[in-house]
Design a protein around this ligand. Structure first.
Ligand SMILES: NC(=O)c1ccc[n+]([C@@H]2O[C@H](COP(=O)([O-])OP(=O)(O)OC[C@H]3O[C@@H](n4cnc5c(N)ncnc54)[C@H](OP(=O)(O)O)[C@@H]3O)[C@@H](O)[C@H]2O)c1
Length: 222
């Protein structure tokens, strides 16, 4: 069993979710409000450690009227438990889960960092050898009562999730901007599929303009 997974992202017309230097200010004001409405509707919100290190996000609901209980549980996919002590994602505004890989578990459990995070109420889930097993993680989150999960990137985690068949829906903001750059992160990076015949197929189910942005909703065909 797994939660229903909605990938949410903002990208430029050329598919970039950040520039090479890590700048990722893409959505307009109204789109940010739309994304925070979606956060409010979800039980949990998940990102990869790359996004935590690049952006230090809070992943709370703060662009719209909201109560503290509207904040979803935050999940970091972080095999080596590199989440910094000062990372805002581990603050007391909401619950946080860190998903690590078994090879790094013991060293982490005997470290001071484990004590600091535990005192803050951060929970840990271990799976996979050197990298988090995403299927096992989804199963665990479902057992924890999470039925609707928002995936907020980044490029590497997005690809692993879609390749594993774990994404059900994609909600995209396409901003009228072109960033370029062969090394700039795209919506899906990872190793990619070798043949277009293997590409994941989608069905467009909704599209509308929001100020200057274009909002697209796709179902992932299985
Ligand atoms: N515009 C947007 O909507 C948006 C949204 C989010 C992020 N971003 C941008 O995306 C960029 C970050 O993307 P990123 O690709 O560098 O990092 P990422 O996808 O956030 O995190 C990738 C990391 O997750 C860890 N991981 C653990 N298990 C994994 C698994 N099974 N599959 C895949 N990854 C796994 C890996 O590190 P370990 O091996 O150490 O665990 C991996 O390097 C930032 O620049 C950020 O600004 C943009």
């Amino acid at each position: 069993m797994k939660p229903y997974v909605i990938l949410s992202a903002a990208m430029t017309l050329d598919g970039k979710i950040a520039t090479e230097t890590g700048s990722s200010n893409i959505s307009g004001k109204k789109d940010l409000e739309r994304v925070h409405e979606l956060r409010k509707e979800c039980d949990a919100i998940m990102v990869g450690i790359g996004t935590v290190l690049a952006d230090d996000p809070r992943l709370t609901v703060h662009k719209i009227d909201a109560d503290p209980e509207d904040n979803p549980i935050r999940v970091v996919v972080d095999s080596k438990c590199r989440t910094p002590i000062a990372a805002r994602i581990t603050n007391k505004d909401a619950k946080t889960f860190i998903a690590g890989a078994n090879e790094y578990k013991y060293d982490f459990l005997v470290s001071d960092r484990y004590d600091v995070f535990s005192k803050r109420g951060v929970k840990f889930f271990w799976s996979g050898d050197k990298r988090v097993d995403l299927v096992a993680l989804m199963n665990y989150l479902h057992e924890e009562g999470i039925r609707k999960l928002m995936l907020e990137g980044g490029a590497t985690l997005n690809f692993s999730m879609i390749k594993a068949g774990l994404i059900d829906e994609i909600r995209l903001c396409v901003a009228p901007m072109v960033a370029g750059g062969a090394n700039a992160k795209t919506l899906f990076d990872g190793e990619g599929f070798p043949l277009m015949d293997l590409a994941v197929r989608l069905e467009l189910v909704d599209s509308y303009s929001l100020d200057k942005d274009l909002i697209l909703t796709y179902k992932v065909l299985k």
